[in-house]
Design a protein around this ligand. Sequence first.
Ligand code: NAP
Length: 463
Amino acid sequence: MTDFSDILETARRAQRNRPTTGELAKIFLRYHDAVLARQSELLDVIQKETGKARGHAFDEVLDVAITSRHYAHIAAKTLKTRRKKGALPVLTRTVVERDPVGVVGIISPWNYPLSLTMSDAIPALLAGNAVVLKPDSKTPETALLAAEMLFEAGLPRDLFQVVPGSGATVGQAIAHNCDYLMFTGSTATGRKLGAIAGERLIGYSAELGGKNPLIVDESADLAKAAEVAAQACFANSGQLCISIERIYVHRAIAQEFTEAFVKRTQEMKVGVGGWEYDMGILISEEHATKVHEFVEDAVAKGARVLAGGIPPEGRLYQPTILVDVPEDARVKREEVFGPLVYLETVDSMDEAVARANDTDYGLNASVVAKPSVARRIASRLHAGTVNINEGFAAAWASIDAPMGGWKASGLGRRHGVEGLLKFTESRTVAEQRLVLISGGKIVERETYAQVMSTALKLGRKFL
Ligand code: NAP
């Protein structure tokens, strides 16, 4: 790695000389077009690095295009100076200005090497910052190609530096030197980086792990429920923070749903290659072994396998469904991050909600039910996103709405205006006219107190 102080100095210089928000917006609209036009290059490198199915690699291209377009369109409007209600009507003129924080550090994981590197870099850059990004050591090439396309779209190179390397070296250097830290990865690492951000008193967002539940009510359309479950549990081979790892199904339809879900799962085409595959291979043999250990542990303690559950063939692990998982099995509460889900039967939606919320995590949840029932259930779930009649994609792709985790699933939000404004500092400028707020020498203290009390009473009625 080049000396990190050089990287930082380069970033600071580039940030001072950055393009205007309008110019940046044009660059990101060109970038939107470029990632769509050159998608096959991106898909090839994502697949080479991760082994995911081409369809799931395409989700990343789509995500980056949507994010570029969205923030390019809203940045200037969202960042502009805004009038606020002043302390005293007419006499106080108050505005809020926004400045970039400076250098945003991004540390990202391997599972979505295009999405999770670029979807935070885009708003951070549009907010006027320089970005220093550390991609995961397993997937640097995707990030480097994505950055190259951005430079070709017109972004000054020094404004966005991709620095491959380990978390222990580059990740730590970023955390100890940036002005705002954006992290996506495990809860364990998120806590360590949070401690550094806390010590340095810099802003910090963390998108961490999950143990996401899916609730299937008796009002659900069964075929739809089975399809939603298969997508929700096995997309990207379950290596997705918002994947479903637990299903709670109403007893009235439990048997039929289970049969439909098992059948749909067993029909999935798993392997490496083109668009025809429903699910790819895992990131490494080591990870496939780790997933299988969860199954072995649960089965040894009494769980039954309804689909998959066979030892991995290299990096290939069949989508797996368990039932009768006992409380002390590791899979019950720990995040697996693989194509493994367990099913439980419930007698009511109250029970489903209670079980769904009984977790240290709170990232994503899904409900399959008649819409009126599903909405009532959704509003009781402790999760940053809830998808109705979808697993995760509806909320994730609703880029105008915030996305992030409750509890141990994270801190702060990406997407929406939150995902842009967090990369700024606000400055409230309040201009006082004619009289001081305290009355100054013009008004006696007692008179001032009476006037203010009357004004507050009137304000209580009218404002
Ligand atoms: P991880 O071990 O935390 O690694 C993620 C990134 O952090 C990698 O780039 C890694 O660098 C770096 N890193 C590790 N230790 C570090 C340290 N001490 N200081 C600075 N950087 C450090 O996560 P993972 O296990 O690879 O990824 C899977 C996890 O990410 C799962 O828990 C998943 O749920 C979560 N995730 C969350 C979201 C979300 O949006 N909520 C999205 C995707 C994934 P190396 O290159 O050295 O590994």
